[in-house]
Design a protein around this ligand. Sequence first.
Ligand code: BG6
Length: 484
Amino acid sequence: MVSRVIPVETFDLVIFGATGDLATRKIFPGLYRRFWAGQIPPESRIIGAARSDMTPEGFREQVRKAIDEFVSTDKKDAATIDAFLGRIGYVPIDAKGTGGWDKLKAEMRPGVVSAFYFSVAPALFGDLAERLHSFEIATPESRIVVEKPFGRDLASARALNATLAAHFREEQIYRIDHYLGKETVQNLMAVRFANILFEPLWNSQYVDHVQITVAETVGVGGRGSYYDKSGAMRDMVQNHMMQLLCLIAMEPPYHFDPNAVRDEKLKVIRALDPVRPEDIVRGQYARQNGQPGYIEDSENPQSRTESYIALKVHISNWRWKGTPFYLRTGKKLRARASEIAITFREPPHSIFDDAAGWRENVLTIRLQPNEGMNLMVMIKEPGPGGMRLTQVPLDMSFAEALGEEGADIPDAYERLIMDVIRGNQTLFMRGDEVEAAWAWTDPIIGGWESSEDRPKPYDPGSSGPDDSLMLMHRDGRRWREIRE
Ligand code: BG6
């Protein structure tokens, strides 16, 4: 299967925070890969902007190193790299002052798509938005891209939305949740809404429960003091896992259109029940074999921040009443594995003896790694004996099924930045969506902050604290094994 690459329009893209970690690891390598693929017209320009006083040549050398480190060898050739670097400029800028802004204005070309990527601390969003406006750099068609964290609670998210809204319309604001840029996450919508097969069963009458797991093997070492102010609930659940939950639970939008999709997601968030404290388990990875535990990594001996969380969530609407969604995510777990598993109910009546053996149908969508789908179905155990049943997988790896194209999945940022240029907001969070997610999260976090509650320790390389097993056992269910 040959991948189709449709070039975007010529653009001027300014990256604020161009010397930062995200720009180095994701944004520039991602843009290079799109350039290599022929999606970025050669007349486009990418302008780095940051505090450092650097020449454009010096900056281009930095980008060259980033490409060297973060792009795979099969996509690197000297001529393409030089051509890409030839499209890159740099302007030292004072986000809180006036330095550099006139120079930046001079770099922008009228008549091409303009976008401004705020890859900086949220405290600077307001300053950047204001200056883009007062120096008349942004036009009514310009787009701004903002990174997470989008606030740390409802009040701060509202304040951020208001700050941006003072200078930009909602149609110009692209709030990134990089999970939405993952190919397999978008596949959730394709699987649900491009097949007749699943949708009739996609409700509490047929679905017993849903498990959403995002497990990581890395700890928080290196970013511990930042992470400690956040924790798994703010870092992963309020945004990435919430988005996964929405895509699984939402009603079919009338069209694959930005606002139609986001309207449906918003309805799911608004239908979430408050979570009972007994339905939440928080954990912190322990010290092991001389390896620092969370407490050391966070550099906060008193830390009560969770590096793991499991919770049971209910959605109060017609479709889902009575079907629990179990969510869990954590650092330093036994494998890096993200998946969504839909467990279906028993058939209403079994015509086979109990001894024949029966197990539930489970549809698993593997988000990463080994992206694919698996449906566990019952068949007859082969052989001349009586009628005995056995469970077998209908297993599909996207890489195998789609060949080269399936194996070469673009990074989330590549997709998302191209969508910004295309002016397509479907995979970006709308302001009201983010606020609704915080409105649900705030009381949960508030409950921990006002109690003496401490996360439970768990061993690195395990599946999380033992209490999280109880969360399922209590309901007569089990977590799926975390494995790649
Ligand atoms: C980020 C979180 O948003 O997502 C990190 O801040 C987390 O803590 C990361 O590790 C996970 O992303 P991915 O794409 O590696 O699953």
